[in-house]
Design a binder for this molecule. Structure first.
Ligand SMILES: Nc1ncnc2c1ncn2[C@@H]1O[C@H](COP(=O)(O)OP(=O)(O)OP(=O)(O)O)[C@@H](O)[C@H]1O
Ligand SMILES: [Mg+2]
Length: 306
């Protein structure tokens, strides 16, 4: 199996708040460190990458946020506009379409259309011959995808559209997008989870749905935010005895250390469960004890990913 970072596209998904955006950026940094030209695509106006690198919001522009690492926030309206501009050669027709605000009506009347043009834009970024003016090819496109349930629907959009439009350009373009997403050589999927009961359960269900219903290749599950195991059993025993006898600030410190130790232990149990239920290899990422993750912390995570 080729290395995940050698794919053309990686879709990062998982339950809400587990670290999808964090892992997406760290993957981008890991790829850039290997000399790849990488881009992180945020969907649904998140702007996580520009925050980390202290840039102004990148918006619907490709912005280099650190050497070899680019970022774009994919706005469906802008994607739709760009798509129509590329499709329609007749300027008068384009002007008419934009002025009549037909997109707004079309998008409202067509569930999934926004997702379709978003995926279309992601696909465009991964093309060797970019459609947009001055567009340069990326070696790796990382998609910070919507959370679990939405993530599945999102990836299925092209197939749904290809089924509805039975022929014509929409049919063939939607089919091409679906082929790209389900091409195991080019497109990989990474699921992010955290070491807690429910997220672990959901990851197993998500992996199965992604494989069986969407037909993508799930290459990796990242167990994010793992506490370090600092003490072995005998050390923990000694800590417990010391905590019983100590009071004041040293007692508090000992109890804090013990509570972290118990948390790390229960996390290991969740990791075992995930390893048993997941078919893809499970890799761990450390919890970073900082209130706000910045570039050095992302570099550490990127290192752990490589
Ligand atoms: N390994 C880690 N160590 C410490 N904090 C982390 C780690 N991973 C993520 N976080 C923090 O957890 C929070 C959620 O992470 P993130 O935004 O990446 O999750 P998400 O899955 O993208 O969330 P959403 O579903 O809302 O888009 C952030 O504050 C992030 O800084
Ligand atoms: Mg996010």
């Amino acid at each position: 199996m080729p290395d995940l970072l050698d794919k053309k596209m990686i879709v990062v998904t998982g339950k809400g708040g587990v670290g999808k955006s964090t892992v997406s950026i760290a993957l981008g940094m890991a790829a850039a460190a290997r000399g790849k030209r990488a881009i992180v695509c945020e969907v649904a106006s998140q702007e996580n990458a520009s925050r980390v690198f202290r840039r102004a919001e990148v918006g619907f522009n490709e912005v280099e946020i650190s050497p070899n690492l680019w970022s774009i926030s994919i706005d469906p309206d802008e994607s739709m506009r760009e798509y129509v501009l590329l499709q329609l050669k007749v300027k008068a027709m384009r002007d008419l379409l934009f002025r009549s605000r037909i997109f707004t009506y079309l998008a409202a009347a067509t569930p999934g259309l926004k997702e379709l043009v978003t995926i279309g834009k992601i696909w465009e970024l991964a093309q060797p011959d970019r459609k947009v003016k001055k567009g340069r090819e990326y070696d790796l496109v990382i998609v910070d995808a919507p959370a679990t349930g939405h993530g599945i629907g999102f990836l299925q959009t092209p197939r749904t559209f290809a089924g509805i439009a039975r022929m014509g350009p929409i049919h063939s373009q939607a089919q091409e997008l679906d082929r790209f997403i389900t091409d195991h050589e080019r497109t990989g999927v990474a699921i992010v989870s955290i070491p807690e009961e429910m997220p672990v359960n959901e990851s197993a269900t998500l992996e199965q749905a992604l494989r069986d219903e969407v037909g993508v290749s799930v290459d990796r599950v990242y167990m994010n935010a793992m506490y370090p195991e600092r003490f072995d059993d005998s050390e923990a025993g000694r800590l417990e005895r010391a905590a019983r006898d100590a009071d004041g600030s040293s007692g508090a410190a000992l109890r804090a250390a013990l509570s972290q130790h118990h948390r790390a232990r229960s996390q290991r149990a969740q990791l075992d469960r995930l390893r048993k239920s997941a078919r893809a290899p499970v890799k761990t990422l450390p919890f970073i004890f900082k209130p706000d993750l910045k570039v050095p912390e992302f570099e550490r995570l990127a290192g752990a990913l490589s």
